[in-house]
Design a protein around this ligand. Structure first.
Ligand code: GAR
Length: 210
């Protein structure tokens, strides 16, 4: 089983979805540590409740982004993950850190990328009037919310939707999508080559059909 570290900043519901999935006998990965840049992140309590080692590395304790990442790198070097999952980790990463984990770091984003990178995706989707919205798991590259796409799930935008009702619908999809995407990466069914996601293994390469 591949070793997984999860980086969070807050609530940790996607982290918990990964932890729950990884508790299954057939899941190809185990969660070895959860790191948060906020010591009071609710997700840290949840992780501890599942018996998982947690580490808080407050970014305010460091002079700059790079120094904070050195500390994160130190913790990662100790627990030797094969894959790093960003799950609501709300800090930008330096090109150096991204390069260190290239092809081995994935992120979930609450929109159908390349639509709506950045913040407030649900509000922007409603303002834009899109009728289909969703979430994306992708390999992390230097540009924010821009890496090769591993898997996506779509949800309808319904008349009468509010930012909150849409967020809830997307979040439910995220909780299914992220474990599936992680298992694909952990099994080597998708990898990053030359800046693209390459699908292999059984099936037709379409994650939506798995
Ligand atoms: C999730 O909706 C995730 O997709 C989003 O933050 C939320 C975290 O919730 N991530 C981003 O916006 C990253 N740019 P969670 O802590 O309950 O998983």
């Amino acid at each position: 089983r591949r070793r997984i570290a999860i980086l969070i900043s807050g609530r940790g519901s996607n982290m918990e979805a990964l932890i729950t999935a990884a508790a299954g006998a057939d899941f190809p990965a185990e969660i070895v540590t959860v790191i948060s840049n906020h010591p009071d992140a609710a997700g840290l309590q949840i992780a501890r409740g599942h018996g998982i080692e947690t580490v808080a590395i407050p970014h305010h304790d460091h002079v700059d982004r790079a120094a904070h990442e050195v500390e994160i790198g130190r913790v990662l070097a100790e627990c030797r993950p094969d894959i790093v999952c960003l799950a609501g980790y709300m800090r930008l990463l330096t090109p150096r850190f991204v390069a260190t984990w290239e092809g081995r770091m994935i992120n979930i984003h609450p929109s159908l990328l390349p639509a709506f990178p950045g913040l407030h995706t649900h509000r922007r989707a409603l303002l834009q009037g899109v009728r289909v919205h969703g979430c994306t798991v992708h390999f992390v590259t230097e540009a924010m919310d821009d890496g090769p796409i591993i898997a996506q799930a779509a949800v309808p935008v319904l008349s009468g939707d509010t930012e909150n009702s849409l967020a809830v619908r997307v979040l439910l999809a995220e909780h299914k999508l992220y474990p599936m995407a992680l298992s694909m990466v952990a099994r080597g069914e998708v990898s990053m080559r030359d800046g693209r996601a390459v699908f292999s293994g059984t099936g037709d390469g379409d994650p939506q059909t798995r």
